[in-house]
Design a protein around this ligand. Structure first.
Ligand code: UT7
Length: 323
């Protein structure tokens, strides 16, 4: 017997305001055609004024708890992946803890930009496997609209706001890849690539700053690294592509998603795609896609899921789990 961190609930939240590609063409030299064909994005949601990352995270967490049939105080820990926390401190996770009325356990943020949810899941898995927590709420939540340079057409059309959450619970498994729950993870970073994707401000430099990206360079790394990290994670648990039901990738660009699926030897029929409706929501994109994939009836109990992501750092990784 061995312990597995098993998914017992999932939920998401998207801010009300939907912004179609055409809206950007009113103020920028861009077009719906360019955005759609280069990225696959058609629309995205933006948070309302005063609506913060912890607000989005709170709604997603409530939905995941409801799905699990649990109360906030049934949870031992909250791990929240974000690069756009409400305040410099305290963590957005502790704000969610308070908003949920959770008066026990512990909460903290994880910052690995677009790979944040993979890092958060891996950390939550470790908390469960080490016996420090039995139930962990793992959240990805972002308000990237707050760090956009609205004059930079190369970035501001790509990102969106949103949040998704999973409830993980310690359950007994057999120790084989037939178990439900997180089966393997693979984490990587290489800080030498800071300059191709970063925010040009911060607490110990100056003002909040704006996202800066050398899109083509990031694209090149993504295509090279994502299939590799997915395969590394799959190898750890002895699973091959033909045993994978769903790739639930980070949703940055449909061309990266398709290129990675091809390298993994899987057709697009086996990929959950939400980028057209959400844009790139950074650490929120994978839990959003998991929740939407379940709602659509794509993801079913027992399915093998591989999630992979890359972002600023660079930081990248993959998680293999059985739903
Ligand atoms: O989640 C974090 C990780 N981030 C990513 O994974 C993003 C990775 N990168 C990408 O998704 C793509 O590189 C982009 C979608 C950002 C850009 O696509 P691309 O095919 O690499 O285009 P490009 O940057 O090479 O730009 C091609 C042209 C340029 O014009 P010139 O120099 O060829 O005259 C750009 O100035 O398209 C121009 N361009 C635009 N045109 C219309 C850039 N942005 C726009 C725009 N509308 N919004």
């Amino acid at each position: 017997m061995s312990i597995r961190a098993t998914v017992v609930g999932v939920g998401h939240y998207l801010p009300e305001r939907i912004v179609e590609n055409a809206e950007f063409a009113e103020t920028l030299d861009t077009s719906d055609e360019w955005i759609r064909s280069r990225s696959g994005i058609e629309r995205r949601h933006f948070a309302a004024e005063g609506e913060t990352t912890s607000d989005l995270a709170h709604h997603a967490a409530q939905a995941a708890l409801k799905d699990a049939g649990l109360e906030a105080n049934d949870i031992d820990a909250i791990v929240l992946a974000t690069s756009t926390a409400d305040l410099t401190f305290p963590s957005a996770a502790t704000m969610v803890q308070a908003k949920l009325g959770m008066t026990r356990g512990f909460a903290f943020d994880v910052q690995a930009v677009c790979a944040g949810f993979i890092f958060a899941l891996s950390n939550a898995d470790a908390l469960i496997l080490s016996g420090q927590a039995k139930r962990v709420l793992v959240i990805g939540a972002e308000t990237f609209s707050r760090i956009m340079d609205w004059q930079d057409r190369g970035t501001c059309v790509l990102f969106g706001d949103g949040a998704g959450a999973l409830v993980l619970e310690a359950q007994e498994g057999s120790g084989t890849n037939a178990d439900r729950g997180i089966l393997a993870t693979d984490l990587n970073s290489d800080g030498r690539h800071k300059d191709i994707l970063y925010v040009d401000g911060g607490v110990s430099t100056h003002s909040t700053g704006h996202l800066r990206m050398q899109g083509k360079e990031v694209f090149r790394h993504a295509v090279e690294k994502l299939a590799k990290t997915a395969h590394t994670a799959m190898d750890k648990i002895g699973l091959t592509s033909d045993q994978v039901d769903w790739i639930v990738p980070h949703q940055a660009n449909i061309r990266i998603i398709a290129g990675t699926a091809k390298k993994m030897g899987l057709p697009m029929d086996n990929v959950v795609v939400t980028v057209q409706d959400h844009g790139n929501t950074s650490a929120a994109s994978i839990p959003l896609a998991l929740s939407v994939g379940k709602q659509r009836g794509q993801i079913k109990p027992g399915d093998v899921i591989v999630s992979e992501a890359i972002g600023g750092g660079l930081a990248w990784g993959a998680v293999v789990l059985r739903w």
